[in-house]
Design a protein around this ligand. Structure first.
Ligand SMILES: *Cc1c(COP(=O)(O)O)cnc(C)c1O
Length: 453
């Protein structure tokens, strides 16, 4: 075994992984990245079609971003953000206010996605306290929601795998059965429905609005639930109802912001302006930990006053407004504009979808292909007719992931859902390799496991 691997196993506790898996499958040590490709210390390469956990926008080791970091590090790397500021943070703030929905005029920086969610929840509650509504302290979340894994963020998650053990520690939230278009209970197609499933939300908000501070959603796509895509009509209805009942709408755009869905922000599909928008992942092009919460003048102004009135939002993370991360964010957005990233993505996304659909039709195991912008997901099922799924203990996705790695493709399935969410610099040849290799791996898995099925 390579020395690095040995030391890795000796010292490091990896996230979202069971160490026992490493008994026969060692962590892969990456030495270099270039565009969509990652190179390990043994000289193997892997196409990073999941953008290293949905963060990378413009490819690994992007020349322009690298230059931006080098320029910034020679000026200043980091500076305290209370009472102080820095040029890149100010430039990024101005740009984000310009490109996010209308009512979002103020930005609060932080350093990871979960923290951004915590900040939005706390600000919403704190606002209501100040407005004389201390009863408004509950949060509404959708089935299948994922918003991060610190205790507050985990409270508004609805994925057992992440929160089951910690339930005794979590806030009590209101869970609403949300959209699930592949297994639609109304038997409707996403493209033509009127978000009939919104009736569950309507019922919840009508009955509990006096206690509700905010509804939090992942707009358009519930990522960790298996890239569940839903209708923008749902978001339009939600915006209206939140307004009616004085409830904040928190849009968690941490995964879907910065062009993933074919528009700059997922909220743009529904033309809504949330009260809070959480941003992270793509905000710093996948280079550095960074996040932000955007909010409105109305909320910001409510916090203006004296310390003794409890008006101050005392929440800080040490690396808030980090100058290097902000410099990356500024360059990232410049490249988006100058290289017409969103427009070019639409063509790439369509090609990925087309090739995936062709392959899926020929496969006995693919129940659903869902796609939006630069995301295409494949759901494997036991039975296409009944849409019956596999028990998670079978680890179907995980086994396919291991097969694909040997072929040079880095997938990171969620249960039985495989998906592509590649860096935007992916080219046509890479797209073909990605789709073909994924399906080869699926077929190989089924050939191998035919006995136990
Ligand atoms: C990744 C993610 C988070 C959490 O971000 P971290 O930086 O991992 O804490 C929250 N919400 C969504 C939708 C995400 O995809």
């Amino acid at each position: 075994m390579n020395d690095y691997v040995k030391k890795d196993l000796k010292y490091i506790w990896h996230p979202c992984a069971q160490a026992k898996d490493y008994d026969d499958f060692k962590p892969i040590v990456i030495e270099k990245g270039e565009g969509v490709w990652l190179y390990d210390i043994d000289g193997n390469r892997y196409l990073d079609c999941i953008s290293s956990w949905w963060t990378n926008t413009l490819g690994h080791s992007n020349k322009r971003i690298n230059e931006a970091i080098k320029r910034q590090v020679d000026n200043v790397e980091h500076v305290i953000f209370a009472d102080f500021s820095n040029k890149p943070a100010i430039e990024l703030a101005e740009k984000l206010v310009e490109i996010t929905p209308d009512k979002l005029t103020k930005i609060f920086f932080s350093d990871n996605g979960s923290s951004a969610v915590e900040i939005a929840l706390k600000m919403s509650f704190h606002y209501n306290m100040q407005m004389g509504n201390p009863r408004k302290k509950r949060f509404v979340t959708l089935s299948g929601a994922y918003h991060g894994e610190t205790l507050g963020a985990l409270s508004v998650c609805d994925i057992d795998k992440y929160n089951e053990v910690y339930k005794p520690l979590l806030l009590e939230t209101l869970r609403v059965e949300g959209p699930d278009c592949y297994r639609c209970k109304y038997g409707l197609q996403r493209e033509v429905c009127n978000a009939e499933c919104f009736e569950n939300m309507e019922k919840c908000l009508t009955e509990n609005n006096e206690e509700i501070s905010a509804v939090i959603v992942e707009p358009m796509v519930q990522g960790a639930a298996g890239m569940r895509i839903y209708s923008p009509i749902y978001l339009k209805k939600l915006r209206e109802l939140c307004d009616k009942y004085n409830i904040h709408l928190i849009a968690d755009e941490i995964a879907m912001g910065f062009g993933r869905t074919g528009k700059m922000f997922a909220c743009n599909h529904a033309e809504i302006s949330p009260d809070f928008m959480c941003l992270s992942k793509g905000i710093s092009a996948g280079y550095m930990p960074m996040s932000a919460v955007m909010t409105t003048d109305k909320i910001y102004n409510c916090f203006y006053g004296d310390y003794k009135e409890l008006k101050t939002f005392i929440h800080s993370h040490t690396y808030t407004g980090n100058a290097m991360a902000c410099a990356i964010g500024v360059e990232n957005l410049k490249i988006f504009e100058e290289d017409n990233i969103i427009k070019n993505n639409i063509k790439k996304g369509e090609l990925i979808k087309k090739l995936t659909l062709e392959k899926a039709e020929a496969s006995k195991h693919v129940g659903d292909v869902r796609s939006i912008g630069m995301i295409t997901a494949i759901e494997l099922v036991k039975d296409k007719k009944t849409k019956e799924t596999y028990p998670w203990q079978m680890r179907v996705g995980y086994e396919i992931y291991r097969i694909a790695l040997k072929k040079g493709l880095l997938l990171r399935p969620m249960g039985n859902v495989l998906y592509f969410i590649p860096p935007y610099v992916i080219n046509e040849d890479d797209i073909k390799f990605m789709v073909n290799t994924c399906f080869e791996s699926i077929e190989e898995y089924y050939k191998r496991t035919v006995d136990i099925m």
